[in-house]
Design a protein around this ligand. Structure first.
Ligand code: HAM
Length: 424
């Protein structure tokens, strides 16, 4: 075993990549806050049972599950939404609704690693609690789109609504775990097998679902109204779900985003109850989803709490960074302060503080010879070297060398930050 290698599917992120990660995290949080979402941090390790029931076949199979030293069965979180519901039930029920939360969190899934698929990855999530209507869905989706735009990721929405698939199977009395299995097959795009296995239990259910999977958005209303006698009590709810689906696509289109309906979209997680959607990057060659979300109304009851409305999404930040391609992070101005012998340490830090106040990032290089200091500064890629030598310093001045052009000038310390900022 090569001890320098991290475990399979895990990565070290460093150098320029790490700068890009920081920038993307920062932008996600900035936009989330601008849209009124509040930060939350939940544990990386949760009880397995939090995810066991409603994660869906695929995610359940890919979870890192182990016993802690006291024999409790715990898991590295495969996602954060279940923790959000747990947190809400435990601590946020008294908050004025809607409760809007965001997170940037590491998640873990034991999947086969490939481009854009890792065993440890980062999600940026937005969740809205307590809104029954479409506005909750749109608020989260719009904030996500604004974030993607702010970092330059052109994207589109693929939208579906799993309430239809579920209602069709409910009408024929098919049990939940069997429904999950069928949805899982559709999610894998193995529709033939899904319908075949469904037919084994109920030929009518299979025919009806098969028909539904073949129709477009404009035909749904008629499809539902024609099945009035079969759908019975489900009809009103499904008409409502149709309105939400159409409304979501319409409003996104009106706001200038591409959004298309896909009856085969069911998503991997078992807790979705209605509207669902995924984000695809339009530029680059990344075909896999860069994010996804939807309605998970009532998930609170699975944990013994009262019924509540939930909607939200999570963006796959690693994939979004891949979709960014070779984008360079707008560089912050950086300077190396070369402090020569004889300069009091506190004065070096005073110069640093002055630069910091103007947003100039600096590092101190303590050397005996200017040449050595300049060599380190340019090899480390700083834009400027600020040379603090005894003679100039006694006159309240420093030398500033532009390491890209080689131009060097003597500057009054008072004007140092402005000199640097104005030259950029
Ligand atoms: P999800 O679709 O399972 O949804 O994951 C969201 C995003 O995380 C995916 O679209 C993808 O970009 C990224 N992702 C998933 N697995 C990996 C992986 N192995 N490597 C890299 N990126 C990955 C959820 O997790 C839901 N909790 C979303 C949600 C929030 N629904 C409602 N609220």
């Amino acid at each position: 075993m090569n001890t320098y290698l991290p475990p399979r599917g895990m990565r070290d992120i460093f150098g320029e990549d790490a700068e890009i990660y920081e920038y993307v995290f920062y932008e996600f949080k900035r936009i989330a806050k601008l849209h009124g979402f509040k930060p939350v941090y939940t544990p990386t390790i949760e009880f397995f049972k939090l995810f066991a029931e409603k994660s869906g076949e695929e995610i359940r199979e890919t979870m890192y599950v182990f016993k802690d030293k006291a024999g409790r069965v715990v898991t590295l979180r495969p996602e954060v939404t279940a923790s959000i519901v747990r947190l809400y039930l435990r601590s946020l029920r008294g908050w004025v609704k809607p409760v809007k939360l965001y997170y940037v969190a590491q998640c873990f899934r034991y999947e086969e690693p490939q481009r854009g698929r890792y065993r440890e990855f980062w999600q940026g999530g937005l969740e809205v609690i307590g809104v029954e209507g479409l506005m909750g869905d749109v608020e989260a989706a719009y904030a996500a789109s604004r974030f993607l735009e702010s970092i330059g990721v052109i994207h589109k929405y693929v939208v579906g609504n799993v309430a239809f698939h579920r209602a069709i199977m409910n009408v024929y009395g098919l049990p939940d775990d069997f429904q999950e299995h069928i949805l899982h097959l559709i999610d894998k795009r193995d529709v033939d097998r899904a319908l075949r296995e469904l037919s084994g239990r109920s030929r009518d259910a299979s025919n009806l679902l098969g028909e539904f999977l073949g129709i477009g958005l404009e035909e749904i209303e008629e499809f539902l109204n024609h099945r009035r006698s079969i759908l019975g009590d489900h009809l009103d709810k499904l008409l409502f779900e149709y309105e939400r689906l159409r409304g979501f696509i319409d409003i996104l289109n009106k706001m200038g985003y591409e959004a298309e309906y896909d009856p085969l979209l069911v998503r991997g997680l078992a807790y979705y109850t209605g509207l669902i959607y995924e984000y695809k990057a339009k530029s680059g060659d990344l075909r896999i989803s860069i994010g996804g979300g939807g309605r998970y109304d009532g998930l609170s009851t699975v944990y013994g709490g009262p019924y509540e409305y939930f909607t939200g999404l999570a963006l796959g930040l690693d994939r979004i960074i891949l979709a960014l391609g070779n984008a360079k992070v707008a560089g912050r101005v950086t300077a190396a302060i070369i402090a020569l012998p004889g300069i009091p340490m506190e004065e070096v830090f005073n110069v640093k503080k002055l630069l910091e106040e103007y947003g100039v990032s600096s590092s101190i290089i303590h050397v005996k010879k200017i040449r050595k200091g300049l060599s380190i500064a340019s090899r480390k890629g700083y834009k400027y070297a600020i040379i603090m030598g005894v003679r100039e310093f006694s006159e309240g001045k420093v030398s500033v060398k532009d390491l890209e052009t080689g131009v060097q000038e003597t500057v009054n310390i008072k004007f140092l930050p402005l000199y640097i900022i104005l030259r950029v």
